[in-house]
Design a protein around this ligand. Sequence first.
Ligand code: SF4
Ligand SMILES: [Zn+2]
Length: 906
Amino acid sequence: MVVKAVGGGTSAVAASSHAACARFRGTDPLITGLSRRALAEDLGLRGQFGTITAARWARAMTFERMVFAEENARQIATTTLGALGLERPTGVAIVDAHVNADSTAELLEAAHDRAKRSGTATLIYQLAVPFVGFEGESATDVKPDFALVAANPGDADRTWLIAGDVKDYERVRSRIDDSRLLKGFLQVAIAAESLDAWSLLPVGMHVHSHGVLAVPRNSFLQPEARVELLEDHRAEVRMRINERRMEAGAIELAPDSPVEEFVSHLVATFDPVDCQSCTLFGFCRQQLRQSNDPFDLLVEIGIPVFGRVDFQWPTENDELSRALPQSTRARVRASVDGVAQSTGQSRVDPVGFPGTINVVIAKSDSTTLGVYGIGVQRFGSDGPGEWQVTVFDAPQSDDARRGIVRAIGVELVAAMKDRRVNNSNSDAGPEPVHLVVPDSKTADILTSIADHLAGAELSRLRWETDRVMGRPTLTFNGDPAQVPRKLTEPERTGVSFLLEEDRARALTLRTPVVVLQRVLSEQMVAGGPEVNEMRLDYLVEWTRDGDVGRERHRTISDAIESETHTPGALLSTVRANDIHEAFVGKKHGGARPADPVHYESLVRDELSYKCAVIDSAITALAQRPMSRLAGAYRAIEGDAQGVWRRRVLLHASDLVRFGRVARWWRNALVQTIETDGRCRAQLSALTNPTYAIDAATDAGTREVSMARVVATDPLTIQIDSRRFDATTRVVLMHVDGSPCVESGLDATLLKGSVKVSDLSIGPLRSTSLPKQFEWFPDVQPVLTVGDELVVADFSWFSNNKGNRSLNVDRPQSDTTVSPKPTCESDSFEQDPAGHKYCCRPHEDIEAEWSNTLADRRGRGELNPQTWPPVVDTDGFEITGVGARIDDPNDEPAVAPPAHITTDDVD
Ligand code: SF4
Ligand SMILES: [Zn+2]
């Protein structure tokens, strides 16, 4: 009998992201009878997109094992029932349905009886359930990872069934990405819908309104339960499933018709970002590349639909439609000509200057915070140092994490000393120091590692007090704790700096960590889809001379896609598989790395590529001019780091990540965040012509407008924006794409602002023609008729009366709960009340918290005594002594099953 391919849960979930595409809907497994992977292979696509690495698969498998290990499964069950307000079960049974629908039905029946009879909850894993609407149609089943059955406290004859799934989602900066959680819960919703509709569901068993996802709570892959209301998710999957059925009824793939023809006839709605998780990506992109319709180039490079409407195809030297944003025009131009377009922005970054430390890492896929190796290079006042490369023999270990923050901390200490001694302007305080990384993923991983170590250090401080008080040292759940060792001073500096970066992310002008890829894309617009610019080597390639023309972006993009190396933290599939294999070898357990020489040479080879890309990016940047306002950016960061240095010195709130910033602290930040945003917009408008033109043509921006010169005597300009009238005082920012601020004007740093002198500023007077004004600036600009200008309303910047200078207000540093310049190392000890909110050290705060926890434990208010279980919102990563920790690297490398795609695990 032919089994109808329903595509399991994944297909329906993926339908939520690609629902707008008729080709995606028309290639549903229900219609083609093939899984999406098999269909892609029929079209000649082999594992190009959506494949996962062996290491990633090992992690997924290990996490699943961890979730169903007895003690973890019991905890998942009890915390879920607690979160749902159900009664504490008398026990938890854990049973395996072996992905078989008959056993699933039997086990559900048994669990139902058990719950009614004795109040025992049951966790059933590896279920198989007919896909909703396809029962009895010999279609592929839905395979929920697990489900819980528990007594219904309101009715002795009824029980609850709670659908669940296992997802080994990584925590980035201590959080799991919302879009991933959404995807996970959509899968739970399909399980809930299918269970609800199943005729074999025991009478009296009801599917609960909520579902559960088991996700890692720490980097040791120990699980925790996330519980959420499924109402909206279920409505969404119902809609998608109905859509699929309707579509399946309307389209048919005849058994002998050519697949390629069938797929080609379905209209594709291509998007270079979203489509990457679709197995047909390579096929659809290739069709666009081969098309002679110029409009298809726009689709290929992801120009939004509204941008395409006004599009006029440029012939050589033709102007592109002015209705398009400047940045879009630049992207189209770069794609057509094969030459990167300058944004006109001069440099405001510190890259390649003394005080910067370049960092590259190679991330392991098999563990959440595992890193194979790190490369570090410091720029001192005597120029760049050598790259220092370290390869870790135990990438997932605590030692490796400490090795990473130590390597960074040692260089930070040296850089700070260098800046103190060799500072060019000692009156302004030491200059800031920065880490420079190739991509934001590297920054995220480093910060997540720092967060993990900060959590361990704070827990250690609490346990210190427990020891002094003669109390046992217990984890949050009441197990005996493995007390970590104290952070050394360089380690603490590294950890603290990275957490400073985490808090600083709320402010756009802060740059403790500089992402080189962003710096370069602020300078230029490359051809091809914007998403390609996320790779630093792609951008670097565009800074080089090469073949010009329409094919260039495709050639570079293909070369980058097939490159064994990557510039960022994540590795290519090929290299990740090679390193994983060299590390785990062919035997279970045993020494790791299994082939140390090969392992080390692969990691070093990978890191040397990353170092080389950074070197090339710095060389390319060095060709670009520095902005006159670069000092303003540096001063803003320098002031903020002055506060940070006091925090580290006095151990005062320097180990707090943004997620742990107290509510009142966040509230105090609101005004700083606002001034930061405004200052950022103003500085960008002054220094970056592309940004300014985009702002001027954006209907939502009131303060900036395009204008052109219609006469020079008297000076008369036509201003596009209706918001400018005879009462507006106007400041000139750019002439024909050149920023006025960079043309020899004077920029002075004042305490609260940056003062730019000699810009052309003055009032307007109406003329008889609409939108045309005579303009009377104090400083006469050199203009000719027809010049394209970007002007701003002066009052956006300040309410100064004079027309000779303009002030940009600098944001204040975040000084909430931070030591004052007058606080000394013993200030808190001498006067605890007076220094409670400035320099109170972590040591004192944690000692108090330790006592509070001990009191609560004494009153039976903590786990495991209390019901419902208390949730640890801090999520610190300490394991109990003897806790089960499975290592994904214990097993030999296994290739993931052919049908598994990133959509299944992510
Ligand atoms: S890759 Fe092709 S089929 Fe898939 S969603 Fe994009 S356009 Fe549609
Ligand atoms: Zn103080």
